[in-house]
Design a protein around this ligand. Structure first.
Ligand SMILES: Cc1cc2nc3c(=O)[nH]c(=O)nc-3n(C[C@H](O)[C@H](O)[C@H](O)COP(=O)(O)OP(=O)(O)OC[C@H]3O[C@@H](n4cnc5c(N)ncnc54)[C@H](O)[C@@H]3O)c2cc1C
Length: 389
């Protein structure tokens, strides 16, 4: 009986923690499970947009860890910098191991039971509409739940089982290294300390970054897998570019080895987002934005949507697919339906040289870079509310 829950959330990333917290605040008995022990490293550049903090109802003054305010960003082509300066905070940088642990502990403080180092192996649902979901870990422990939230990111077991993943999905391959070197040292390496330095790939099928946040530097590169043979070759070319710019002076033997991760973008190949007694959120559902790969904010927001819909369904004692279908409507409303758009078709139909030419014009133009790269793709938004500065 004690192993029976109203809601089980698999995965304690930003999506899982936010969903779990919202369910617990409504008074449901919630269990959140993660295969790792927190704090855990999550491969991620760690840039978050102002809406992400607002959705979390998290004011900078209430956050006790690294929170770099970004008031400008640059796009680097060759050795030329094209900077967009907002003159005020327009985005933020966090360290995922700090941020995710903070959110998980905040969920616990709201009443969520959180078990770490528990890898979920199987999920079963009986045939009858009343049958609970049975969740089993690798070591054989078993729980039952009325509703399960798949928040396990790329490798989410709920998405694997019920998400109807397709081979046509567009996947981003990424590799990244994040190291604590101290702000004083980082300031000597770059005149753009405390900003986002973006390096579009020469063919524009991905981008690399050098981001300094507080005492930390994050270096990485992400590319569409269908346009990439060897990600390491692209990373090595990028590291050579950083060497020439002096960004790696004296730190190469200090930086943490690069890790790798792949994830699905929000595109025209959707996963099944919900069904009887389940919903998928965040990366498990493939919600990272198509142009920049922003995944933290969508994970947080879809977690909140799932909790809103799940709360009503639990109250109505009806957890059928039909009862959970408003979840997809909320996602479609916020992120648009997942179908091929005219703009997408037009862009992908252009010859490579034209795509590169258009990309270069956008990067060099002050107006287009600000509107299309920093605002439309990267979600920069000048912060007006003083409590979020
Ligand atoms: C290199 C790189 C850079 C990125 N940079 C940014 C960025 O700067 N800004 C941004 O917004 N997004 C960025 N993203 C995307 C972002 O990291 C993800 O979209 C985001 O983490 C999704 O959150 P989530 O809660 O859905 O899943 P996750 O954060 O992936 O959390 C999933 C959790 O589930 C757990 N889990 C998985 N399987 C199991 C299992 N079987 N049993 C139990 N637990 C399990 C995992 O341990 C993990 O803790 C980046 C991604 C990459 C790869």
């Amino acid at each position: 009986m004690s192993n029976q829950y109203d809601v089980i959330v698999v995965g304690a990333g930003p999506g899982g923690s936010n969903a779990a917290r919202h369910f617990a605040k409504q008074g449901w008995k919630v269990l959140m499970l993660d295969r790792q022990k927190f704090p855990r490293v999550k491969i991620c550049a760690g840039w978050i947009t102002p809406p992400a903090l607002r959705l979390l109802d998290l004011k900078p003054s209430d956050y006790p860890h690294t929170l770099q305010r970004f008031s400008s960003g640059s796009v680097v082509l060759g050795d030329r910098y094209y900077e967009t300066d907002y003159g005020t905070t327009a985005s933020y940088g966090i360290i995922r191991q700090e941020f995710d642990t903070f959110l998980a502990r905040r969920a616990q403080a709201s009443g969520v039971e959180f078990l770490e180092e528990v890898r979920i192996k199987s999920i079963e649902r009986g045939d009858s509409p009343d049958a609970l979901v049975r969740v089993r870990s690798e070591d054989g422990t078993e729980w039952t739940t009325k509703l399960i939230i798949g928040a396990g990111g790329t490798g989410c077991p709920v998405a694997r089982q019920w998400g109807e993943k397709s081979k046509e999905e567009i996947i981003v391959q990424a590799t990244e290294s994040e190291t604590k070197l101290g702000a004083d040292l980082l300031r000597t390496l770059t005149p753009y300390y405390g900003t986002t330095e973006l390096f579009p790939e020469p063919d524009f099928f991905g981008y690399a970054w050098f981001v300094t946040k507080g005492d930390w530097v994050n270096i990485g590169i992400g590319r569409f897998s269908h346009r990439t043979k060897q990600l390491d070759t692209h990373r090595d070319q990028f590291m050579e570019q950083l060497r020439k710019l002096g960004r790696l002076k004296g730190i190469e033997d200090k930086i943490v080895p690069f890790g790798r991760h792949a994830y699905k973008l929000y595109d025209e190949v959707p996963r099944k987002l919900f069904g009887d007694r389940f919903m998928l959120i965040g990366d498990a559902a493939g919600f990272a934005s198509k142009w920049a790969g922003e995944g933290i904010r969508p994970a947080i927001e879809t977690g909140e949507f799932a909790a809103r819909v799940g709360n009503a369904a639990l109250k109505a004692q009806n957890l059928s697919a039909n009862s959970l279908s408003p979840y997809k409507q909320l996602c479609d409303h916020a992120y648009g339906p997942q179908k091929d758009t005219t703009m997408g078709r037009l862009i992908s139909g252009l010859p490579g040289s034209v795509q590169t030419g258009v990309g270069t014009v956008i990067c060099k133009s002050d107006y287009l870079r600000k509107k299309l790269i920093f605002e439309a793709a990267f979600g920069f938004e000048p912060v007006r509310d003083p409590v979020y500065l």
